[in-house]
Write a protein that binds this ligand. Structure first.
Ligand code: HEM
Length: 386
């Protein structure tokens, strides 16, 4: 067959061949979508060129397991939304500052000092939360063998045997722990129980309770002396006093700008405890006034802690309520305050102006007093801005 006769037959074949070749090369350059993703992932996993000439650690080191610190940070981060939610219910003004400061202080006080040299047979029972906190802050938490119900800080204190409410102690309960030293607040008792304890040969030290900014120094010094840790006590006092001075300067500067002093009523609410309001000469009034508020209890003629009655609450007519966290949580949370007689009738409740702070942090007048005062001042100041 002459070549010329083949040409018309070859032309379509050649065209078909070219189309097939083109299609083949195109399909080998374009992977299916899933492979595309895998390629992209692989490309992302490729070690990136080093920005500098510095030697890079091997890949395995880069992917090392998270350290304990990282794990704790991750745990805190994942816990954060839950905390924020809880905080919003408790405090409509979302007081992040308070939470942050408390965390910092907690870190400071749990990074305890090395254990001091103390007599091997020293066994201490501590009968109020602020005093327990001071013993720990002096680095002597390990000699405590028992505590009262209010001793809930630092958290490890709650692992110790609980002797109950410090005004209703039993001599048998205390003595069963074989203490060599009992440190208590002036409210510890009943008095005959303390006499029995003394009668059994146990030294009992009662630490004066003050609701002024001298209180932390006084308590730290008294407990330092009782434990033979005078030098440590003076170091701690100097630190706490410097922090108190700094906070008082800040609060004074803030209130120099505004004359507004929102009125705040402190409520003592707790399951298994009497419901009380606080007024003049109470630790709550001292904190509220120093933080730039006006103590609503004092204004309405309440002295010290008095029974919480609807009349007392309505007469006080506060701008805001102040409660302690564990106390209000033991009732079922802030919303349960509506069931406390009189509360639902207050403006403060209708506007949901409820400040919640940790119990001993707020009213302990111990080593964390400066930070507690700063946080309360921030909360009260926020009320002036709403
Ligand atoms: C400075 C003021 C006060 C502070 C900082 C304070 C703090 C505390 C704390 C932290 C607890 C332990 C709560 C718990 O385990 O969740 C507690 C328990 C208790 N408090 Fe207070 N408290 C104060 C004043 C009072 C007053 C004036 C009374 C009554 C007269 C009182 C009666 C009680 C009772 C009965 C308990 C035991 C409750 C129970 O066993 O469940 N507290 N307090």
């Amino acid at each position: 067959m002459p070549i010329s006769a083949l040409r018309p037959a070859l032309a379509p074949t050649l065209i078909l061949l070219i189309i097939l070749l083109t299609a083949c090369s195109a399909s080998s350059n374009t992977p299916p979508p899933r492979q595309q993703q895998a390629d992209q992932q692989a490309a992302q996993q490729q070690p990136q060129p080093a920005p500098t000439e510095q030697p890079q650690p091997p890949a395995r080191q880069q992917q090392a397991a998270p350290t304990r610190q990282q794990e704790q940070q991750q745990a805190q981060q994942s816990a954060a939304p839950a905390q924020a939610e809880q905080q919003q219910i408790a405090q409509p003004s979302a007081p992040q500052t308070q939470q942050q400061t408390q965390q910092q202080v907690r870190q400071q006080t749990t990074q305890q000092q090395p254990q001091p040299d103390l007599p091997a047979d020293l066994r201490v029972v501590v009968l109020f939360g602020d005093l327990t906190e001071v013993v720990y802050a002096l680095g002597a938490g390990h000699v405590i063998v028992g505590r009262d119900a209010s001793s809930i800080y630092p958290p490890e204190a709650e692992l110790l045997p609980n002797l109950g409410f410090n005004q209703e102690l039993s001599a048998e309960g205390v003595l069963s722990l074989e203490p060599t030293l009992v440190i208590g607040s002036p409210t510890a008792g009943p008095p005959e129980v303390l006499e029995q304890i003394r009668g059994a040969g146990v030294e009992v030290v009662i630490v004066e309770d003050l609701y002024t900014f001298d209180a932390p120094a006084l308590k730290i010094r008294a407990i330092g002396t009782a434990l033979g840790l005078e030098q440590r006590a003076e170091t701690l006092i100097a630190d706490v006093e410097a922090r108190i001075d700094a906070v008082l300067r800040d609060v004074a500067a803030r209130y120099a700008e505004t004359q507004q002093r929102p009125s705040v009523l402190f409520l003592y609410v707790r399951r298994n405890a009497p419901q009380l309001v606080a007024g003049e000469d109470s630790p709550a009034a001292a904190m509220i006034e120093a933080a730039g508020g006006a103590d609503a209890g004092t204004r309405s003629g309440i002295y010290g802690f008095a029974p919480l009655t609807p009349e007392a609450v309505v007469a006080a007519d506060p701008d805001a309520l102040l409660v302690m966290r564990r106390g209000v949580e033991s009732l079922g949370g802030v919303e349960s305050l509506r069931d406390v007689p009189g509360i639902a009738q207050t403006r403060a409740w209708r506007d949901r102006r409820v400040i919640v702070m940790d119990d001993l942090y707020l009213l302990g007048f111990g080593p964390r007093l400066p930070e507690a005062l700063a946080d309360l001042a921030a909360e009260i100041h926020r009320l002036t801005e709403e």
